[in-house]
Design a protein. Structure first.
Lengths: 342, 342, 342, 342
């Protein structure tokens, strides 16, 4: 259920409505917009007494929401959400009129590797750095990431190059640490429906990058985001990274139509990861162009200065030179859509 | 098997090699390139006597081709194939440096409908017109197209607006007629592995537009094209139109990564049909931009002046105004890739 | 639309209703059942004058059918359809209380091969023989079947061993010949939506075995059958043979849940082809047991006396000994379901 | 890497080899078989000094294992693993010659509901009871299970009816509790690649039931099991529950061919869950028969005495009467395979 407040409703009126909702045993989610505030109500809303809420000062109407998702919906917030990433070199915005680039290695391997790649990333004008300290791997015998030492390397990258840091958490313990060291907490594909982890991310103070599950429908994807918002963290960035199909010339099938589909239903920004989607270096550049052309709010790209020596996923990492070309072509396509790369 | 001729081999030398191949009981396919000619050999090539061919004047080498497809392969022809469509208003090229647009209604319904839409298509600067006279429909009780009267309407569109005509054939009988009236013979998704129809198309004098099957792998798609080339018709245009997956917010999942994948393996041009892929009007424009950005050689788009009255697929047809916007945005994105729309 | 006749309606009354329907410009399909006759009406039934039909003698009611399929529906015919295959050694029934086995090689290669396998098939107590004279092959360079000489070999198998013959037609020309030589006309997976071929099969005098398309939904499958019935041939046997999914340890994913799903919606019998579904010899026996256990009306199994020498699909053919074991185990499982193998 | 010991190797020799492996910095996994013991080595085995191990007393040979999974492989253990569930009424065996049935509600709702259903389950001769206290739900607003109070109800069911208890853990915290109250710890579909949870399950003292992920390949499924075995818990039971495909008449597509596929590659037992696979009550019975016929080691079935009042998944729960019919039919089919239901 959604309570729509008047455009000129006071903060006090909003607070009063929230208090009444909580007093009724539900959870209130005030969602400020540019012209009005909406208040989402979660909990089993079947028995909410609409009358007593609709008659409160400042309330325009109560809307029963039949869609399974509420807080992520455009009904709850009409304009695009813009998430601010406070990189040391200045805020990076995700959503709205900007297209954000984020690049880096699949996994953090050594300080030297991380610094060498970060230098190239910064030189290409990219302002967000990605790299895994915790790696969910199909095999228990594969390299699983450096853990906290990897996070410390990322913190050094942050300081030295002024880059905002995006890195994955795989359970509650690693999320505690990622929240401490990084700017954006990534929830990976395999954990998209790890509801326990989603709830923990919903109580985090940092933005969350949520990747689509390998066979998640659009509704399931938005519902997973809803888990995070329902706990109070509204800074959620979605990410399409390909789905599993019969098609066998790429590792996954990049489902770019989800970008306009998400834009119609939700106010949340959505990035595209062309590296995991394709698993092939030479397809990253064309699909990056396509992702920006379809309207994505940014890209998450794997880059490595020596991909053949990478401990994981080298085959899909592009080279620093290719990253510069990518940034340039993507900038030109963003212009056609009246957007700018930040 | 492929015979590679010397750069300066004479036409007579090529003819002599072909004659020897045919004398041995196989079929020879000379494939002229910009710097050299290659000759494909089809038939059960297990027993070809390589020695006698390799020692002939003008021959560089004989290459056993292990890939399942031969004539469609870049091994057989290194540079992009450019297919010429002789529209009355001048040739339209598909492949190479140009991006070709083709638009029109799903089905030809009446002369008035066809003319009204064709006028809008021509006004948007589009030079190829699509529209079905034979419609493969899931239900035997749905409108199945006008048949030959529909082809006659298309011929009038051709004359009046100077547009090249693309229309579907569904069996040998309709292919005979389509070949007579249209400029490009379309083989639809459901017939991609109708090998009998592919062979007939391979004996046609007109270019063939081959749509990817709903669950065709890349190899199956190229092998279907190979059926056409193996019969002697090298003017084949591929078309990605979405594949069937679990993903349920679009009718099909557009698999744009196939564009760079085809480009690596084959010299044939490939278009994208964003209308059938998505089944939703508002997704056609963003996915058209993405298709050109990823490197497609053109678009096949459904347009209708009164989509709500269309006898089939109105929900996915865009309006004439949207077509003009599409043409303009696609032109700008083509420029980023140093290509021009024709 | 369906007209339900009274239990004691006379043939003359049925004929009169049919005549009125045809006079109104529609097509009438009388469907005799054990207790009553229903009459399906096809054509654009939006404008049927129900009143004039409902008031005719012998008519109980007119039911507007909202489902896309009509004649294949249980609404049209409540009890199971039983299709009779007139093998020289006596009728073989498909549907109802019997489980029918059909076995043979993928392709007819030589008279010797066909006879050797047929002998083993007959010895295992199987009464239907399958084998392809026309083979739809992914590659134009693969063995495409013997054509009419293959059909002549099948006719000899029929005479010598008393087996009913099931073989595939791939276009109108081959269907003319198959209809002449065989007992059951098979329409293959790749042609499930070759509507031109379905219509031709609907005018054939022999039963049609329709295989599910590689990515056909249940509705599309039943609608393809509807094309055949709508032309007047009600002797249709469905066949599940696996669908295309991401799952990569079998060639296709056998979707056995379609058996009870078809049984709820349609009166048509349905077989299972475990050989094409799995593409692996050692999975044919367990999946044959499962198919009969789930309620299938029979099996279509590939068997070869020398699978390693087969020109196609040897890897999925079982040996004669395995066929005998299969027949025995399937017989026991059929008994649990109170059915018998014929 | 695998060390194969002589048939008559002493326990002391096995211990000595294990000690040497651990001294080299790897982990040793002795796997006793009926005729010989094998010792799996995990860790980065690239640098294992084979020579020093092969020359030890009692060692037959060292086999480098190229398959991604080791401990779950038939190479490591030739005969079927049989997992013992110590129900109060006596051990229930899973694997080998027995077929195990496990039934119960989707979620534990109240003591009354649990007892009423458990009584019916026991009456049907079923000896394992399933029911969720922690429910992973797509929506944060859906009933998420009773938590520990639900586990306490399950413990009462255990005592009162002598049934073994199977219930799901969704994170480390709930796993600690499930381990305490239940006999089998279930890891659900959405957590199949929650590697952090798999590792925790690998350190548990109770058997683990691992459900296949919604789009997991066979290798990914076995590798997920390998995570559990690699931590030392060899009591793993696999469970097929349907995969996500385009096919839309069931909730998921039950992939029964995985049963013989697992049997060829692994010694682990595998059950089938026909309730979640189909999501439809009337398909549970036929697919249960098919699952046993294909060779599954048992079934996991949802049953509810009042499915229309169930808080979750009522539509797919069968009634107690249907459970008795299921048990009887499954018993007869098991006999055909020379197995017995326990």
């Amino acid at each position: 259920m959604l309570i729509v407040m008047q455009a000129n409703a006071t903060e006090e009126q909003v607070r009063a409505v929230c208090a009444r909702i909580e007093a009724l045993g539900f959870k209130a989610h005030p969602i400020p917009g540019s012209t009005r505030t909406a208040i989402g109500i979660t909990g089993n809303t079947g028995s909410v007494d609409i009358g007593s809420l609709e008659s409160m000062p400042g309330v325009v109407e109560c809307i029963p929401v039949s869609k399974p998702y509420k807080l992520v919906s455009r009904d709850a917030k009409e304009e695009d959400s813009v998430i601010t990433i406070p990189a040391p070199s200045g805020d990076v915005l995700i959503g709205g009129e900007t297209v954000a680039l984020c690049a880096g290695p699949c996994a953090i391997e050594t300080p030297e590797q991380a610094m060498a790649i970060a230098e190239q990333v910064a030189r290409a004008g990219v302002r967000l750095f990605r790299g895994g300290a915790y790696k969910p791997r199909t095999s228990p015998y594969s390299f699983q990431g450096l853990g906290e030492p990897g996070l410390k390397i990322l913190a050094q990258v942050r300081e030295r190059f002024g880059l905002g840091i995006v890195t994955e958490a795989v359970d509650n313990e690693s999320l505690d640490l990622v929240e401490q060291y990084a700017d954006v907490i990534q929830i990976g594909t395999r954990n998209m429906q790890n509801f326990s982890l989603l709830k923990r991310a919903g109580r985090a103070s940092k933005p969350v990058l949520l990747k689509r599950g390998m066979s998640a429908t659009l509704d399931e994807f938005l519902m997973a985001a809803e888990y995070i918002l329902a706990e109070g963290n509204y800074k959620v960035i979605l990410c399409e990274r390909g789905v599993r199909t019969f098609s066998d010339f790429t590792r996954n099938t990049l489902d770019l139509a989800i970008i306009p589909a998400v834009k119609r239903r939700s106010h949340l920004p959505i990035l595209v990861d062309p590296s995991h989607a394709t698993g092939r270096r030479h397809k990253v550049l064309p699909l990056s162009r396509a992702a920006v052309a379809v309207g994505a709010d940014g890209l998450l790209v794997e880059v490595h200065h020596e991909p053949d020596k990478a401990l994981s996923d080298g085959m899909q990492s592009i080279l620093p030179d290719e990253l510069r070309q990518l940034a340039e072509e993507v900038r030109q396509i963003a212009e056609v859509l009246h957007r700018r790369v930040n």
